[in-house]
Design a protein around this ligand. Structure first.
Ligand code: ADP
Ligand code: ADP
Length: 239
């Protein structure tokens, strides 16, 4: 399990938008951190700067001893394999089965497509099956992803991220497309799987009540700056 460290992370887009200003924080293994703040506060930018889907303008990102911000093509690709991503819109391959989507997380893009036209290693199938068991989807393993409900799809998204055996989870608005009850189930599942594996996670959550209920620590962003960092209980309604 990895620990994440952000030092002076800053992002100014070419449009002039100052999305992040000097954000410094550390997330130890096993900690599930909820990122809250109004729309435009910089939550997505922060998540995307960690794996450099967005290039930071200044500051540094470390995953354990690896400085992510110092890496080039090959090194960055390997480092990204250490970070699982879970998205609002699931980002599944709709025409593939649930099992195949999970295997794609396990094998990575190139090996996955090669295996799809030959065969998948039995060990990887077993591993994927165990993950589907964990998220409660074994009966749906052979269904196409587009045949599932939103909550089921997000479970596939979680299993796929875990299949890559990440050291860190980056979770961007995982429940924004789900109803309240399903949202709570998904948040609970994310929290539990992180606890079981000692995985650090940063979860971008629009809904403050949901964050307070399920996150171990809350970081509040406003206009790209950290305005709260502490336990959920300490959060005042003003944040
Ligand atoms: P970067 O500085 O990271 O290269 P850009 O300013 O080039 O980012 O913008 C990247 C993309 O995001 C462009 O396609 C742009 O149209 C789009 N974009 C621009 N402004 C915004 C905004 N305020 N919110 C979301 N997307 C935006
Ligand atoms: P949040 O996730 O909290 O809603 P974002 O990280 O999406 O916040 O946005 C932070 C700020 O950066 C906003 O002012 C937004 O308009 C701007 N922004 C986001 N993405 C881009 C982009 N690709 N290009 C230019 N500006 C962007």
């Amino acid at each position: 399990a990895g620990s994440l460290r952000l030092v002076g992370l800053t992002k100014r887009y070419r449009t002039g938008d100052q999305a992040l200003s000097d954000v410094t924080l550390e997330v130890p293994p096993g900690q599930v951190l909820g990122l809250i703040g109004p729309s435009g506060a910089g939550k997505s930018t922060l998540i995307r700067c960690i794996n450099r889907l967005v290039e930071p303008s200044a500051g540094r990102v470390f995953l354990d001893e690896t400085e992510i911000t110092a890496l080039h093509a090959g090194g960055l690709r390997r480092a990204r394999r250490r970070m699982g991503m879970i998205f609002q819109e699931y980002a599944l391959v709709e025409r593939l089965t649930v099992m195949e989507n999970v295997l794609s997380g396990r094998l990575g893009y190139v090996s996955f497509w090669r295996s799809l036209f030959r065969r998948f290693p039995p060990r990887d199938i077993e591993n994927a099956f165990r993950l589907l068991e964990r998220v409660g989807l074994t009966e749906h393993a052979d269904k196409r992803a587009d045949a599932l409900s939103g909550g089921q799809r997000q479970r596939v998204g979680i299993a796929r991220a875990l299949a890559q055996e990440p050291e860190l989870l980056l979770v961007d608005e995982p429940t924004a497309s789900l109803d309240p009850k399903t949202s709570r189930q998904i948040m609970r599942l994310i929290r539990e799987v992180c606890a079981e594996r000692g995985l650090a996670a940063i979860v971008n959550i629009h809904d403050v009540a949901l964050a307070q209920q399920f996150m171990m620590r809350i970081v509040g962003l406003r206009a790209g700056r950290v305005v709260y960092d502490g336990p959920p209980e300490g959060l005042t309604p003003a944040v």
